[in-house]
Design a protein around this ligand. Structure first.
Ligand SMILES: NC(=O)c1ccc[n+]([C@@H]2O[C@H](COP(=O)([O-])OP(=O)(O)OC[C@H]3O[C@@H](n4cnc5c(N)ncnc54)[C@H](OP(=O)(O)O)[C@@H]3O)[C@@H](O)[C@H]2O)c1
Length: 261
């Protein structure tokens, strides 16, 4: 996820004052990210890499696994600049947890994997010490990889069940429709061409038009036609109810994770 956001920062027209420093544990990863504009450090060969990376930084993005966040924040707390804002992408790590570990401003975020191609959706929640300027800065960071929604922290887990996990729901739908195409007699390759192409094409059509998904669906659905029959079957399956249960399950799991389960 950190790599995705780095690629946004390296995109055309993005100006980062004061340079970009990134860290990983492994040398291989660090070397792969190093460039003229990116100072890339590996903690395995430079134990102070994280401390050096945050020195002079106005914004510090924490992209490690959730369980590693507290130790990382303890490590860098003393090296942070007084005006540094720490923003974490870690699922389930609360503002309160982070504010207990660092002296200054923190924000919480929930990006998603399409950030890798600049089509991400990121939820951002302010902390109790962050200023409007901190929030603007963090918003502009995530806008380099897609759309940003600012929400209260109480909504971050719910947002995660929609846009954070959402790419998995889309891929799951693609997998199921591909199985149906194969059952209709198409080869695996033909099925993939049809289904992947249809999802990508439909999404791009949605992205490039001013119409709503409902309007676009109605346009494909001639009265008394074949699509109308198919959509009637989908309606019977109560997909809304299925998504209600799926997102409720994800929300319950995020509460378990926050409680350390
Ligand atoms: N994947 C998603 O869809 C998604 C969506 C939203 C949020 N997130 C959040 O993003 C975070 C990272 O997930 P990910 O899938 O990107 O994991 P990941 O690929 O394992 O990335 C974690 C990175 O942190 C580096 N790292 C670990 N410990 C470090 C340390 N002490 N100092 C410096 N670097 C260190 C690792 O480097 P090495 O590999 O060299 O050890 C690795 O590059 C998680 O907190 C997750 O909740 C993920």
């Amino acid at each position: 996820m950190g790599g995705a956001i780095l690629s946004g920062l390296l995109g055309p027209g993005v100006v980062v004052e004061g340079g970009i420093r990134v860290t990983n544990r492994s040398v291989e990863k660090a070397e792969a990210l190093a460039s003229e504009t990116v100072t890339s450090l590996a903690t395995s060969v430079d134990p102070d890499a994280n401390l050096r990376a945050v020195e002079g930084a106005r914004i510090v993005l924490v992209g490690v696994k959730p369980a590693m966040v507290p130790d990382l924040l303890r490590e860098i707390a003393g090296a942070l600049e007084p005006d540094a804002v720490v923003v974490s992408v870690a699922a389930g790590v609360t503002v309160a947890t982070m504010e207990a570990l660092v002296p200054g401003a923190v924000l919480r975020s929930m990006p998603n994997t399409p950030s890798l191609v600049g089509r991400g959706v990121t939820g951002v929640a302010a902390g109790t010490r962050s200023t409007a300027a901190d929030l603007d800065l963090v918003r502009s960071l995530f806008e380099t990889v897609g759309d940003v929604l600012v929400v209260p922290e109480s909504q971050i887990d719910a947002l995660s069940t929609i846009s954070g996990s959402g790419p998995a729901y889309v891929y799951f739908l693609i997998e199921q429709l591909t199985r149906t195409a194969v059952d209709l007699g198409f080869t695996e390759e033909q099925a993939q061409t049809m289904v992947n192409g249809t999802f990508v094409g439909a999404a791009q059509l949605l992205a490039s038009s001013d119409s709503t998904p409902t309007e676009l669906r109605i346009r494909v659905t001639s009265p008394k036609g074949t699509t109308e029959r198919a959509v009637a079957e989908l309606e019977k399956a109560d997909l809304k109810g299925v998504f209600d249960r799926a997102t409720a399950a994800a929300l319950a799991r995020s509460r378990e994770l926050a409680a350390g389960a």
